[in-house]
Design a protein around this ligand. Structure first.
Ligand code: HEM
Length: 403
């Protein structure tokens, strides 16, 4: 439990830790999982083999937080109060919820969106061009994913900004210190999002369109179909899981390329390496640093005995820097032989939006490299600022020179 004795520092609420968590993962990678005291005992699972084992073993490692005896759906503070989402459920509920939407996320379905995503990226870059410098987050990374999801959900384009604001506010709720109440603005944004979508769902029930929400509403009579609360929770999950993450793939990727100009040049010269580059960005500086699981019973993991109901940090980004799995893991190298990384998860909860995220990342970065032949960081060692969440790692701002 004693972080100091083991030379471990792990504090997701410290901005300096969040700015660069990677050196702090090294002692965790050096041995079996440790149980640290982070506002309560938390098992730190970092090694590639341990993280993979946990994610593949949903029978022992649950995605459902054990509740306090006096907790109910009504006093559940999270954004999905009232319904479970696939992300926070175990089989058989997970199987049912995931099966209902999986046909909408197949690589083929996602490829159909490609021309539209290219057009959105082009319009955003048109608007950001001609200023001598580009603010990558503001110019493209923040807007593209939310516009794409809103389009999938059939939301009118003039509501995008409002959405982005609500979902950012809800996501930043995870920066609240455990034991302290969530800020008022979190609740305001959460309620606004829920009310907005409750009305949208009602609207689609009356006059269905060709969007995903209409399809799910229409399937309502199927025995397995989502009930109204589940449907609302799924829409909110998409907005929260698919939005900030993809924004951060684009931002973290441009930062890695900017800090490694030889790699950026190589990618310009060999654009067919883009799929590999996206995998390396995900491995090297993934948007999701860590996920969470809870042990269902006493279990030994990688040599450490964990009690039942143990809260575990499953640190995907640490596993992706494990020297036992990746040579010279701190080097950003788009020519790396592809090896499985864990940035999109593993096992039954593997990211359902992976084909979409990969495509959006590739389209955005390709468009930026094509449009700005001299795109670079003014000072590649200058510090950058990160947003408030540890779990979802992303830049607040990223300025690059274009002239
Ligand atoms: C680069 C961008 C993305 C990253 C790094 C990412 C990462 C992840 C990870 C690590 C998980 C597994 C979490 C766990 O096992 O606890 C996950 C699940 C999920 N992701 Fe993504 N994601 C991204 C983009 C998206 C997009 C674009 C969407 C949808 C439009 C999406 C929707 C989901 C959903 C619904 C789940 C839950 C799947 C399940 O529980 O079966 N994600 N994602």
């Amino acid at each position: 439990m004693n972080q100091a004795a083991e030379n471990i520092y792990f504090n997701p609420w410290d901005p300096a830790f969040r700015a660069n968590p990677y050196p702090h993962y090294k002692p965790l990678l050096a041995g079996p999982p440790r149980i640290l005291d982070l506002f309560g005992p938390t098992a730190m699972v970092a090694r590639f083999a341990d993280v993979t084992a946990v994610l593949r073993d949903h029978a022992h490692f649950s995605s459902v937080r054990p509740r306090d005896p006096n907790e109910t759906d009504e006093n559940d503070e999270g954004p999905f109060a009232g319904a479970r989402t696939m992300l926070f459920s175990d089989p058989p509920l997970h199987t049912r919820l995931r099966r209902l939407v999986s046909r909408d996320f197949t690589p083929r379905r996602i490829r159909d969106l490609e021309p539209r995503i290219r057009a959105i990226a082009k319009n955003l870059i048109d608007a950001a061009e001609g200023k001598g410098e580009l603010e990558v987050m503001h110019g493209i990374a923040n807007a593209l994913p939310v516009m794409v999801i809103a389009e999938m959900l059939g939301v009118p384009p003039d509501h995008y900004q409002q959405f982005k604001h609500w979902s950012d506010t809800v996501v930043s709720g995870d920066n609240t210190l455990p034991g302290t109440p969530l800020p008022e603005e979190f609740h305001t944004a959460k309620n606004a999002l829920r009310n907005y979508f409750a009305e949208e769902i009602e609207r689609r029930r009356k006059s269905p369109g060709t969007d995903l929400v209409s399809a799910l509403v229409a399937a309502h009579d199927d025995a397995e179909a989502m009930n109204a609360d589940e449907l609302l929770a799924f829409v909110l999950l998409l907005l929260l899981a698919g939005n900030e993450t993809t924004t951060n793939l684009i931002g973290n990727g441009m930062l890695a390329l900017g800090r490694n100009p030889a790699q950026m040049n190589l990618l310009r010269q060999t654009p067919e390496m883009m799929p590999r580059a996206i995998e390396e960005i995900l491995r090297y500086d993934g948007p999701v640093q860590s996920t969470i699981r809870f042990t269902k019973e006493n279990i030994n993991l990688g040599g450490t005995d964990l009690p039942a109901n143990q809260h575990c940090f499953i640190i995907l980004a640490a596993a992706n820097r494990d020297p036992a799995q990746f040579d010279d893991p701190d080097r950003f190298d788009i020519t790396r032989e592809p090896r499985d990384h864990l940035a999109l998860g593993e096992g039954i909860h593997f990211c359902i939006g992976a084909p979409l995220a990969r495509m959006e990342g590739a389209i955005a970065i390709t468009a930026l490299l094509e449009r700005f032949p001299r795109l670079r960081l003014q000072d590649s060692s200058a510090p950058v600022t990160y947003k408030g969440s540890y779990f979802l790692r992303g830049l607040a701002s990223l300025k690059m020179a274009t002239d």
